[in-house]
Design a binder for this molecule. Sequence first.
Ligand code: COA
Length: 323
Amino acid sequence: MSNIKIAGIGAYLPSLVVTNDRISEFVETSDEWIVQRTGMRERRISEGENTSDISTKAAKLALERAGIDAKDLELIIVATISPDMFIPSVACLVQSNLDADKAACFDISVACSGFVYGLETAKALMMSMNYKNALVIGAEVLSKVTDWTDRSTCILFGDGAGAAVLKRDQAPGIIKSYLRADGKKGEALTIGATDFDTPFSKEKKLAKRTIDMNGREILRFAVSVIDEAVTEVMKDTNVSFDDIKYIVPHQANYRIIKLAAEKLKLSEDKFYLNLEKVGNTSAATVPIALNEMYEKGLLNKGDKIILVAFGGGLTYAATLLEW
Ligand SMILES: CC(C)(COP(=O)(O)OP(=O)(O)OC[C@H]1O[C@@H](n2cnc3c(N)ncnc32)[C@H](O)[C@@H]1OP(=O)(O)O)[C@@H](O)C(=O)NCCC(=O)NCCS
């Protein structure tokens, strides 16, 4: 039983729906502009639930569907760039909420590529540590780090969490991953964290604690790395594009997906999109989309799918897996 498979998926979205019209009440924008440039119509925004709260709710659903008791969990990884705090990690907070006392716990900071990186990290640890299972969560309360006065960014992001439980299985699961980064381009998308202001610092440096982004550069980067990551993850696998039922991309902008599909010479229909209603929830977009697909009955055992994501770091990643 040496394969590692997603045995249960879950997600949780805060209940408050924030439409484009609602955003245009406080920044100079319009529903028409946002729909045309991004494809987004609404997103969910937390009114107080923190990253660990929404992670726990998504995790409970995934555990129930996997038929695993939290007490038997051996590993919890949370991919997030909007943790409740620096320490404890969100993974440790989730562990406490779930009473998952046996689990090793840590967060990873890979921005929007975090869930895809997290799956492969969990797989590798399950192999090296001989764990029977793992919980991988992508969760963000980005509204905490959004600059609500910046119309070029505040229209894009939303809050939400998705979770996957991994188990050992005889059938194929995670077949191959491709994980990369381009740190030299990191300045294109930043969220500051701490001030540099100590009795010893030569100059005071105050951090901008909200999202700062060069949208055009990210758009260009995204289109080229989706092409690279999807092409590379398929290499030497004996899987052809005809065998792929869905590509589940990071939900950043409809235009990015359209351009990437053209570059890959694939039909847009192969790409599963839900950004219209959920927006960009960074590390959570891919598991939230998977959960939605599962609930709609779109995923059957044996289906081959590709997950592909890109974002701050800049990072990018893809995973080829069998459902
Ligand atoms: C942010 C993004 C939607 C902007 O779209 P764009 O077509 O690149 O638009 P530009 O940034 O060139 O701006 C064009 C004009 O629209 C204006 N504009 C920006 N946001 C606006 C908004 N919400 N409403 C109305 N006008 C807006 C700009 O000020 C600019 O005006 P100007 O020409 O007078 O200076 C787009 O670049 C994008 O989605 N990039 C990728 C971002 C992303 O996915 N980030 C997360 C990655 S994980």
